[in-house]
Design a protein around this ligand. Structure first.
Ligand code: NFE
Ligand code: MG
Length: 575
């Protein structure tokens, strides 16, 4: 039998939480199978049982500090859905503004700080000529002001000090000098400079969360609306000064996306055309949708439309219903959990969270794909494994015939000179995130103007407290709250009984994407995406990082968990 290798990356770094990938290579060094394993557990769903449903958002939001607002949003929505609470228009708009702010910050951070170093060789940047870098930068992003030889020479100096000290700091742990890096030194230096620019900017944009939600991470929400007062005459409420600050932060964000992120994305992508062929994976896409122009029950009004696509068939967008017991279900055939019937696929309203670790005692060399190998359940939509996230949203938007999507997609395909099939790839996923950021800054501005128009018309309500008192609730109720977190479709399902949470289930984007295989043997999105990729050097598996990072993994969300001891990046090759 031909020799096969198993490459293990554990933990995958530059993500949130602990993810382990095992890739099995054929004799030619091409990945023929892969396992995705979440290696930690916290049990937030159990922590929520028996609590006051009005408090759930504050617990749920702390699942993760990265997608820091979306769990609060899904949580208040599931309780509002159960109790039939309609929130005021201003609250819907403020939630949309906070949501879109989160997108822009999170996507820019992902591109520069979590993903770019898979494509950009920081050490090669030392060989760059600052003058040639300035010329390149002026060509790539003509509207970005910082592009002088002096600026790039300062950046090169800072970088040199890092490298000479032997302490790469934020640039530690990568495969510098790997032959899979294709950018010339000047492009590398430009990208490093923009990495630092984006790092400075991201702490500014998030002030929008502190204005509406009091703080970040984990801004404040409220069942029934938002916990912020609007009063133009007060220093302690949303007033003209704060609205002006928000407007200027949105303008700055637009500049970052249009003049820095998008041009850099196109420039870097143009050096890696082979990555439009690899990393596609399942070809099934699921979007719950969000950002309504009216209210969250009006699905037809969503800027991110809802729908599912199977087998890359863009001619048909299938309807999705989160309350239908036969659509979203979770099974556990390869997960460290117990169900009363281990073969069951359970809709989250009937979900069960009972941990049952049956894996090897750590540290271990490899997991067994025939048994249970992860703390993530396997969510399925009508029995299908689905990819969620920016690529899913871009494809569902495009296939739904929305002009805004068609415009940004067609322009990017033209600028990169690649066919439409390029969508279904690692680079397609990375590009989709940039394209939706372009839409997000436009919508951010539009939502902000909608808020201002409402305020001008004299509507300053931000909360509906009619059903605040538990005595006004029915004895039993159930609800679902959803959103499109930056990483994809997110929903919380609650059952309320006698004024308390009777059950709470959370199915997050990274659970869909990092899902293990199911009883039918269908792999999850990460697993499927890795299959077929050739690896240049299995000792330095940059190809695995490129594809896995293109999903922007968050294992904290996915297994609602805390880690064991922090391990350093280790990589084992077994003959
Ligand atoms: Ni922790 Fe999250 C997002 C959610 S995870 S980052 O986006 O929900 O998949
Ligand atoms: Mg869950």
């Amino acid at each position: 039998m031909a020799q096969q290798q198993r490459v293990v990356v554990d933990p995958v770094t530059r993500i949130e939480g602990h993810l382990r990938i095992e890739a099995i290579l054929d004799e030619k060094g091409i990945i023929k199978d892969a396992l995705s394993s979440g290696t930690m557990w916290r049990g937030l769903e159990l922590i929520l049982q028996g609590r006051d449903p009005r408090d759930a958002w504050a617990f749920a939001e702390r699942i993760c500090g990265v997608c820091t607002t979306v769990h609060a949003l899904a949580s208040v929505r599931c309780v509002e859905n159960a109790l039939k609470i309609q929130v005021p228009a201003n609250a819907e708009i403020i939630r949309n503004i906070m949501f879109l702010t989160q997108y822009v910050q999170d996507h820019v951070i992902h591109f520069y700080h979590l993903h770019a170093l898979d494509w950009v060789d920081v050490v090669s940047a030392l060989k760059a000529d600052p003058k040639a870098t300035a010329e390149l930068a002026q060509k790539v992003s003509p509207h970005w002001p910082k592009a002088t030889p002096g600026y790039f020479s300062d950046i090169a100096g800072t970088l040199k000090k890092f490298v000479e000290s032997g302490q790469l700091g934020i640039f530690q742990n990568a495969y510098w000098g790997h032959p899979a890096y294709k950018l010339p030194p000047e492009a590398n230096l430009m990208a490093v400079a923009h990495y630092l620019e984006a790092l400075r900017w991201q702490k500014e944009i998030i002030k929008i969360h502190t204005i509406f939600g009091g703080k970040n991470p984990h801004p404040n929400y409220l069942v029934g609306g938002m916990a912020c007062a609007i009063d133009m005459q007060s220093d302690n409420a949303i007033n003209m000064e704060r609205l002006n600050m928000i407007r200027s932060l949105i303008d700055e964000a637009t500049g970052i996306v249009e003049n820095l992120y998008y041009p850099d994305l196109l420039a870097i992508a143009s050096f890696y055309p082979e990555w439009t062929k690899w990393g596609g994976g399942l070809g099934n896409y699921l979007v719950y949708g969000d950002v309504s122009k009216t209210n969250v029950d009006d699905v037809a009004s969503f800027r991110f439309p809802r729908g599912a696509i199977l087998n890359k068939n863009l001619a048909e967008v299938l309807p999705v219903d989160l309350a239908d017991a036969k659509q979203v279900q979770e099974e556990i055939s390869h997960s460290w959990y117990e169900y009363p019937d281990p073969k069951a696929s359970l809709h989250p309203w009937d979900g069960v969270t009972k941990a049952n670790y049956t894996g090897p005692k750590p540290p271990y060399q490899q997991l067994d794909e025939k048994g249970a190998y992860t703390w993530l359940k396997a969510p399925r939509w009508k029995g299908n494994a689905m990819e969620v996230g920016p690529l899913a949203r871009m494809l569902v938007g495009f296939a739904s015939g929305k002009t805004e999507y068609k415009d940004v997609v067609t322009e990017a395909l033209g600028r990169l000179n690649v066919p439409a099939t390029a969508h279904f790839s690692t680079l397609g996923r990375t590009a989709a995130r940039g394209l939706e950021s372009r839409l997000a800054v436009r919508w951010l501005k539009e939502e902000f103007e909608r808020l201002v128009a409402n305020l001008k018309a004299g509507d300053t309500a931000t909360a509906n407290t009619e059903k605040w008192e538990p005595s006004s609730w029915p004895k039993e109720s159930k609800g679902v709250g959803f959103t499109e977190a930056p990483r994809g479709a997110l929903a919380h399902w609650v059952k309320i009984q006698d004024e308390k949470i009777a059950s709470y289930q959370i199915v997050v984007p990274s659970t869909w994407n990092a899902s293990p295989r199911d009883a039918k043997g269908q792999p999850g999105a990460y697993e499927a995406a890795l299959i077929g990729t050739p690896m240049a050097d299995p000792q330095r598996p940059v190809e695995i990082l490129r594809t896995i990072h293109s999903f922007d993994p968050c294992l904290a969300c996915a297994s609602h968990v805390l880690g064991p001891d922090g391990q350093t990046l280790s990589e084992i090759v077994i003959g």
